[in-house]
Design a protein. Structure first.
Lengths: 342, 554
């Protein structure tokens, strides 16, 4: 890890750490510092800065973006440079050109609260109008928010189940835990109109838009939420790609969001849903077993390897990764979000 | 992928062209390959339409599809691989229709239909993986070893010029202006590309034919824009934000802007123009909307920073889109030919959702200090003061005109254009078009005899307006356009500019300086033709080029 310090034209110092395997642009972004850039391929020169001290290695770039003389004079391209020592850089732009994106903190009102199957609750929240963010619920489908209780006593993170929207609506599914701080709030105190503090969106469990592969979602319990969000977004965009959902719970009574899944089957006609119940306590005509078992079965007849998105408890993730590997899905095509009991 | 259609293409000692996982523009390899395939299938459509037309049969819907399909493949327009799978299937169906049209027409004329090969006989697969496996058959340089580099370069010039013609013709069409002669030329060019013509003179003729068709396309677009919204008039445009909810509209499509203005009327939403949409403020029927409040930001390459800071939704109606950054991904919309996977697309010109987004987003919380620039010097306005202009030239008050215009871009070499405008002597007038103007359009250049020294003539396609003015002035002086004290300092980036260049060459306009670099697809031999036959010069040092231009005129 090297220290990078970048002096802007107007004299501000911006510092971040960079691994030798990172480009400086990526390293800065990891620190939520968005430096000016455009092509990110060494072709446009938008991220050219000069080097006051330190060493970098430059990956291939276009001579129209960085001439031999400029390079000899110490100029580098942030998108092509990997650090080989601590670095002092001088930028040709002002600090105002640098984007910093702290995670928004906003207030939201509880507008609906209802059981979601026998083991979870569904919450509908409404963002308050905010001078910085307006009332829009802008996030990338699959992301989560951190929610703070009205009395400030507890914070928990939950994936959003709805798609980004202009109404400011947030939909969460929360698993009821015996004696969980949030569960106690929901059971004993929550009232429509309560104000909760929302910190988000956060998280990188989002669809890989660059991939054209089919999208398969594996969801355990309330791990359904990010899958619902991504599928709803696909429906909104009339996405044509193949998609499947393997949604599993332990008991039939625990199933929830079946209306939402039904609506998706209409709005996203190619969606194939497998509802999985591990230990049905009553008659159950669909898949008996875990969603991972259903996934493994489906993979054995798949015509092209899908991208797999899995959200649920750690054991479900591990089992999915194993099943996907055996089913011929490359490791880097498995995307996961773990949740832990709280 | 292999793509070298734009100015920004990857260049190294080994040669030029984007051939990795992703191009300089952000287009991934799959999208690039699918674009090649789409154009290849369109060549097949052209083979049939060209022959059908000779027999008196036409299919205007097929022609319209070709315009749109080509437009989607311009630099910085559509990056959505899935969209191209869909367009290829449509192109394939249209080709079947064109084939039937041709064969029926031939039989009706008592002839045996030709059995066509090449793109006409290519069967595209129905899914992405299979299409990508086929893509090498449609690659731009697929037969380079047989055809030779010069022929491949000329074919590329034709293909990219054709893209520009199609884009302009599409813009004109959406406003109801179409020209059969353009469709005829497009079909002809597609047929030439399909049959792998190798004769350099024939290919050059085709390029000139496209240049003339592009003049028609720009004329049609001028008629479309002025017909729908009135002739541009000099207008002061605010370039700083106004307090309130806000929408930013980028690209070239005035019809989309009009639809957005209608969708946001009386809703307390202010509409701002971005990039090439700036000239919209000078059209009477658009500036009549009080909520079209100003212009925001600079040229396209600055959008990632500027859009991130814009507190409302952004609509891209045409090029140039670059990868939407996370901070504004959720509030940028595409329309028309534009696309990016996972970005909301408005296909039906219904912008109600954009108005809804504007109301849900914060907007500007305060007024910035008022600053304005003056635009709107279209052909009518300039010719309206032709007497003054002619007198000023005769008296020596105006020594020379420089048309400094075209595309902007991020390459450091583009400082040339800033320097050029800065260094141009005070007794010279600078005309400008395109987004290249953002390098200098916020500076005060002063006036000559009451005329502003900087005259903003509009979008890149308003090269038409500039050509009309040049032609009329030449008539007034009793000389040819090339004898006018006028130098053209052109910056190019994408294929609309390639088409404009072909127009200048086809009309015999010399004295064009082209930069910041010459197209990578032109071989040294082809550059030599441009230099020798058409008088095109690469840009050099701004000061020296100004001196050389003035010396020529003296």
């Amino acid at each position: 890890m090297y220290k990078v310090s970048l002096l802007t034209r107007d004299g501000a110092t911006i510092a971040f750490d960079a691994e030798p395997s990172d480009t400086l642009l990526d390293a800065a972004e990891r620190a939520s510092i968005y430096l000016p850039s455009s092509c990110r391929e060494g072709g446009c020169g938008a991220c050219r800065v000069s080097r006051a001290s330190g060493e970098v290695e430059l990956m291939s770039y276009s001579s129209s973006a960085l001439s031999e003389e400029e390079r000899m004079a110490g100029d580098i391209l942030l998108c092509r440079a990997q650090p080989r020592s601590d670095l002092a850089l001088r930028a040709p732009f002002d600090e105002a050109a640098v984007g910093f994106a702290p995670i928004p903190e906003r207030r939201a009102t509880l507008v609906a609260l209802e059981p979601a199957g026998s083991g979870a609750m569904r919450l509908q929240l409404q963002y308050e109008d905010d001078p910085t963010f307006g009332r829009a619920a802008q996030f990338t489908a699959g992301q989560f928010v951190e929610v703070t209780l009205p009395d400030g006593s507890a914070k928990r993170s939950y994936s959003l189940a709805n798609a980004p929207n202009w109404d400011g609506a947030l939909e969460l599914f929360i698993r009821v835990q015996p004696n969980g701080a949030f569960s106690n709030y929901l059971r004993d105190h929550a009232a429509i109109g309560d104000t909760l503090l929302i910190r988000g969106p956060q998280g990188q469990f989002t669809a890989d838009e660059a991939s054209a592969a089919p999208r398969w979602f594996v969801a355990g319990g309330t791990g359904l939420a990010p899958a619902l969000s991504m599928l709803r977004q696909m429906a909104e965009f009339a996405d044509q790609r193949q998609c499947r959902l393997f949604f599993g719970v332990n008991k039939v009574d625990e199933l929830f969001a079946l209306d939402a899944i039904g609506a998706l089957k209409t709005s996203l006609p190619q969606l194939v849903v497998t509802l999985c119940v591990w230990k049905p306590e009553k008659e159950w005509r669909e898949f008996v077993g875990t969603p991972v078992e259903a996934l493994a079965e489906a993979l054995s007849t798949a015509t092209e390897p899908p991208d797999i998105y899995v959200c649920g408890p750690p054991a479900l993730i591990a089992a999915t990764e194993e099943a996907a590997r055996s089913g011929g899905v490359p490791h880097d095509r498995i995307f996961s979000e773990k949740f832990t009991a709280a | 992928m292999f793509c070298y259609q734009c100015e920004q293409t990857y260049r190294s000692d080994e040669g030029a062209g984007c051939a990795g996982a992703k191009g300089m523009c952000g287009k991934d390899a799959a999208t690039a390959d699918l674009q090649d395939t789409l154009l290849y299938v369109c060549e097949g459509v052209g083979q049939y339409l060209h022959r059908a037309r000779q027999l008196g049969a036409t299919d205007i819907e097929a022609d319209r599809f070709i315009l749109f399909a080509f437009f989607t493949t311009l630099t910085n327009v559509n990056f959505n691989a899935v969209k191209f799978v869909e367009l290829i299937q449509q192109a394939s169906q249209i080709r079947d229709r064109a084939k039937a049209l041709y064969e029926d027409a031939a039989r009706a004329a008592g002839k045996t239909p030709e059995s066509l090969s090449g793109p006409a006989a290519f069967t595209p697969a129905s899914n992405m993986a299979a299409l990508l496996a086929q893509a090498s058959e449609a690659a731009v340089r697929k037969d380079a070893a047989i055809l030779g580099e010069d022929v491949v370069g000329l074919r590329s010039l034709i293909l990219y010029g054709l893209k520009g013609v199609c884009a302009y013709a599409h813009h004109a069409r959406v406003l109801g202006q179409e020209r059969d002669a353009i469709y005829e030329t497009v079909e002809h060019a597609l047929d030439v590309l399909a049959r792998e013509e190798r004769d350099v003179a024939t290919l050059l003729d085709e390029a000139m034919s496209l240049g003339r068709a592009n003049f028609l396309a720009m004329e049609a677009l001028d008629a479309a824009n002025t017909g729908a919204f009135g002739a541009p008039t000099p207008t002061n445009v605010r370039i700083t934000p106004v307090k309130g909810k806000a929408i930013l509209v980028s690209g070239h499509d005035l019809k989309d802007l009009h639809a957005i203005l209608e969708a946001t009327k009386d809703k307390g939403i202010n509409v701002y123009t971005h990039g090439e949409m700036l000239p919209a403020h000078s059209y009477p029927k658009l500036k009549a909307y009080q909520h079209l409040v100003g212009n925001y930001g600079g040229a396209w390459q600055d959008q990632q920073k500027e859009f991130a800071e814009f507190p409302g939704p952004i609509v891209m109606t045409s090029n140039c889109l670059i990868e939407p950054q996370p901070r504004y991904r959720g509030r940028i919309f595409t329309a028309g030919p534009v696309g990016w996977a996972s970005i909301r697309h408005i296909a039906d010109e219904n912008f109600a959702v954009v108005a809804q987004a504007a109301q849900a987003l914060p907007g500007f919380t305060e007024d910035a200090p008022d600053q304005t620039i003056t635009i709107g010097f279209g052909r009518d306005t300039v010719l309206g003061v032709a007497d003054k202009v002619i007198d000023a030239v005769k008296s020596g008050a105006i020594r020379h005109f420089f048309l400094v215009g075209g595309c902007d871009g991020a390459a450091p070499g583009r400082n040339y254009y800033t320097d050029f405008a800065d260094e141009a002597p005070k007794d010279t007038v600078i005309l400008t078009i395109g987004c290249g103007k953002y390098r200098f359009n916020k500076q005060d250049f002063g006036t000559i005899g009451g005329l502003p020294r900087l005259l903003d003539m509009g979008q890149c396609n308003d090269a038409y307006s500039a050509l009309v003015v040049a032609t009329k002035l030449a008539e007034a002086f009793g000389v040819g356009v090339n004898e006018l004290p006028l130098s053209l300092i052109v910056s190019w980036f994408e294929q609309k500019a390639a088409a404009v260049l072909l127009t200048l060459l086809a009309l015999g306009v010399r004295n064009v300086r082209l930069g910041p670099t010459l197209p990578a697809f032109l071989t040294p031999a082809l550059v030599d033709v441009l230099v020798q036959k058409f008088g095109v010069q690469p840009v050099g040092d701004a000061k020296a080029d100004i001196e050389a231009s003035l010396a020529r005129a003296a």
